[in-house]
Design a protein around this ligand. Structure first.
Ligand SMILES: CCCCCC/C=C\CC(=O)SCCNC(=O)CCNC(=O)[C@H](O)C(C)(C)COP(=O)(O)OP(=O)(O)OC[C@H]1O[C@@H](n2cnc3c(N)ncnc32)[C@H](O)[C@@H]1OP(=O)(O)O
Length: 285
């Protein structure tokens, strides 16, 4: 068996999964775990930032590094999932955006931009096994992938307007890559959170299954569709579909950063976010 060393992890760990396949850890941090199935060559990236996988600077950085690790280890595909039983990702960490320090805020948004560009533009097939709620940034991660499967009775959507903030163009573009324009506009303006059943009906998720294991298997099935396709031809074709969205951000990164800082530090945005957070804290007691 070929054991790969990761710059971030040292020697890979072998984890027997069943008698037919071996799951090998490519890289791991406190916040993410990247494992590849040696039989299929498909990697699973598990987000592990309890309680709700809210995306802070460190988690975003680890996600991006893991995608790059999967690519450089020539994995045949990448599946995103969560170690939580009820939350895929609660989206951006409010604590990064509420009463922020400017330098950290800049690093945070820059990391989000980079992570999105890496995931949305990844050369390898990507899929999300959505095993819990996926609001806002959680939905962004899922819609940046090429395929989504979700467990029942959770919610997914871009709810920014409910918080009193505006989703940037590239959030919208990821949504529009999956949803019809009319559905996306109505959902975004309402801050709609779709139930799993609604999400499947509008095409926000492709399949619904009952367990995380089934969700991973569905993602593997999706990635398996490309088994006989030339990976170079596949990657370039995917890129042609997504290049405009990627270039739009790449060419306007600084402008996008400045717009984010101006909007987030605006006193009325801070007040709206403070009220939303307080409500969230009350609800969780
Ligand atoms: C203006 C410029 C443009 C900006 C554009 C982009 C901006 C934003 C994009 C975003 O992603 S903003 C984040 C949006 N996310 C949400 O609205 C989700 C809020 N959370 C929930 O609805 C629920 O927590 C949940 C995900 C459905 C899970 O519910 P559950 O009952 O399992 O857990 P809770 O008890 O509610 O939460 C536990 C614990 O986590 C804290 N928390 C939840 N979400 C976040 C978060 N996004 N950031 C930071 N912290 C979060 C919650 O307050 C609880 O904390 P404690 O009370 O236990 O301390």
């Amino acid at each position: 068996m070929n054991i790969i060393r990761s710059a971030r992890f040292g020697a890979s760990t072998l984890i027997p999964k069943n008698c037919w396949s071996v799951v090998r850890s490519i890289s791991s941090t406190e916040l993410t775990k990247l494992e590849v199935n040696d039989k299929t060559g498909i990697a699973v990236l598990t987000l592990n930032r309890p309680p709700v996988n809210s995306l802070n600077l460190e988690l975003l950085t680890d996600i991006r590094n893991s995608i790059k690790d999967a690519e450089s280890n020539k994995c045949r595909g990448l599946i995103l999932t969560s170690s939580s039983n009820s939350v895929f990702s609660a989206g951006l960490d409010f604590l990064e955006m509420y009463q922020p320090k400017e330098e950290r805020l800049k690093s945070f948004w820059t990391a989000l931009q980079s992570t999105w560009m890496t995931l949305y533009g990844s050369k390898i097939p990507t899929a999300a096994a959505i095993n819990g709620h996926a609001p806002a940034g959680g939905c962004l991660l899922a819609t940046s992938c090429e395929y989504r499967v979700m467990l029942p009775k959770f919610t997914i959507g871009l709810n920014e307007t409910l918080i009193g903030i505006v989703a940037p163009n590239w959030f919208m573009n990821s949504y529009l890559n999956v949803l019809p324009r009319r559905v996306a506009e109505l959902a975004l303006t309402q801050g709609k959170m779709f139930t799993t059943a609604e999400a499947q009906q509008v095409g926000l998720v492709d399949d619904v299954v009952n367990t995380k294991e089934e969700a991973i298997a569905k993602c593997e099935e999706f990635i398996g569709l490309f088994k006989k396709i030339n990976p170079y031809a596949r990657a370039l074709t995917k890129q042609q579909f997504r290049i405009n969205h990627l270039q739009e951000l790449e060419q306007n990164r600084e402008q996008d950063l400045q717009a984010f800082i101006a909007a987030i530090t605006n006193p009325s945005t801070q007040a709206a976010m403070g009220a939303y957070l307080e409500n969230l804290k009350k609800r969780s007691k």
